[in-house]
Design a protein around this ligand. Structure first.
Ligand code: HEC
Length: 131
């Protein structure tokens, strides 16, 4: 009976095909910020956690929103982004952000040393030393 030998072969071929087409799971962590080629993932992650809450288009923090809106930043021109980055570097340098008043109630909102360094490097436009 030929049919009996064909069946396992068909199963094998099917299995190979199946393995060939299954892609590895891609991590798609939800992000509040839209995709932008100018925003590396590590920067986005920090901003999302530590800055975005006050600095977004829907923020109830009117002062914060007026000064910096990350959603608008994403959409703005390169020259505008450069200017904003300069401002960011400035406040980080002074340790003004997140605001001290806010940190009194939410100390976990503070930037870690590593996060601060990463944000500074990005906003000041310096290249990473480890590259
Ligand atoms: C608790 C809310 C809050 C968080 C969190 C926060 N900010 Fe702010 N931010 C403000 C407010 C309020 C102002 C306006 C301050 C003022 O006008 O005196 C501001 C102003 C700024 C400005 C404009 C400064 C200027 O003078 O133009 C920059 C840049 C900025 N923030 C960056 C950041 C960054 C970067 C982070 C994250 C590390 C961050 N902020 C996190 C509330 C916040």
């Amino acid at each position: 009976m030929k049919k009996l030998t064909l069946l396992p072969m068909a199963a094998m071929v099917g299995l190979l095909f199946f393995q060939g087409t299954t892609k590895p799971e891609v991590e798609t962590a939800p992000n509040h910020l839209a995709m932008s080629p100018d925003m590396p993932e590590n920067i986005k992650a920090i901003v999302d956690q530590k800055c975005y809450g006050c600095h977004n288009a829907e923020s109830k923090n009117e002062k914060g929103k007026a000064k910096l809106d990350w959603d608008a930043f994403e959409a703005s021109k390169k020259s505008k982004q450069m200017a904003t980055k300069g401002k960011i570097a400035e406040v980080l340098e002074k340790g003004d952000m997140p605001p001290a008043k806010f940190l009194e109630n939410k100390p976990e909102g503070k930037l870690s040393e590593a996060e601060l360094a990463t944000l500074m490097e990005w906003s000041a436009g310096k290249k990473k030393k480890t590259e």
